[in-house]
Design a protein around this ligand. Sequence first.
Ligand code: HSE
Length: 457
Amino acid sequence: MQDQVSLTRDLIRYRETVVDKSSINVGLLGWGTVGTGVSKILLNQSNLILQNTGLQLKLIKIAKRTLPDSRPGVQLPADCLTNSPAEVVENPEIDIVVELMGGIDDARRLVTQAIRNGKHIVTANKALLAEHGFELFQLAAKHNVSLNFEGSTAGGIPIIKTLRESFAANRIHAIYGIINGTCNYILTEMHESEVDFAEVLKDAQAKGYAEADPTFDVEGIDAAHKLTLLTSLAYGFAIPMEQVYIEGITQISQKEIQYARELGYVIKLLAIAKLNADRVEVRVHPTMLPTRSMLANVGGAFNAICVIGDAVGPTLFYGQGAGEMPTASAVVADIIDAAKSISGRLQSQVPRGWLSESQTDISLCPIDHIETRYYVRLVVLDQPGVLAQISSILGQYRISIASVIQKERHEVDTASIVIVTHKAVEKNMQLAIQEIDKLAVVRGASQLIRIEEEVDF
Ligand code: HSE
């Protein structure tokens, strides 16, 4: 019987007969957290990659702003580090440029130059693609190079490839994503510890789960960037960021968390792309999910994405949405795909959302037109006729009440009223709330959270 070593040798020899034998050279722009992970994998796992793919990948240059620099556990080849990005993008020996520097302007300029120089591109930069994806994919197609971006969304979860390839035979009914680990960590802690947002955020920052400036995460912008990429892949047109409805988690208080629990829900920041007749809703906002649903039980900094296709039905992808090694895993998978195309085994292709002539009958559904159930919490004077005034306004806007809870507050003469509605049109709901908030018996602005009952698997 052949031993394991000789079997592996035979396998490599077999692959070398069908795949270009020469090594494929990789250059990195940026050597932060994810860049470090990528360099570890390329240097330490090159044999595994060769065995799995028949491809010999070689990391030959890393450009980073400040030198000297080193990382524990990473032994770089001599002369690998430079502080000149030109030594990567202009280097004739480099086949694949991996952009991991973040930011938009410099990344856009260097990626553009690298594409013009005929380099295949791998990036994890969701903001770059959300803002300039159309231009960059067009340019890459013109120069017949690939532009891969698995690391941009949900870290190690292979959701980009899944949408592009595995679900290509499906009409996508909906995508529901928990795609911001920071928000998921904060909301999970709020559910578990009964502590308010500001305090949990401080603790998350101390533990490294939230950035020093958490605005992009807690205001829902990071999730919206990622959602535009998923939506473009699923529905075939590039969504401008300004057309995505975005609401962050900063207004969620312990009150909402506790009422949600009482009603059988968990609050999550959900990124939603949902087919609504021939339009698609694209929105990011705090959402109540039934406690028993799988998405409601995705805790901590983890990510999960539910994709519902007409053929495949509901599917759920779960994993680490950020961090050095999970994101590096996705980036290296992209490098491998690019290397395959260099070896002539794949055609480089513009993903459908960025084709110049988009062939789709789907357009964007404005937030005003969505229909969903709502949770509304009001603080009102505790006196006769108050509920009647509120329900009369809801009735005028054709909003039907599903349940009501009232809690007395003895210290002041007010009460909290929580109303859960049946499905209603957003525009009607907003108009009704505006009128309700103006009632003399209502104290302060009401809290409104949308409910997604269909997320129940
Ligand atoms: N800041 C992001 C998050 C990770 O909290 O999920 C990078 O996209």
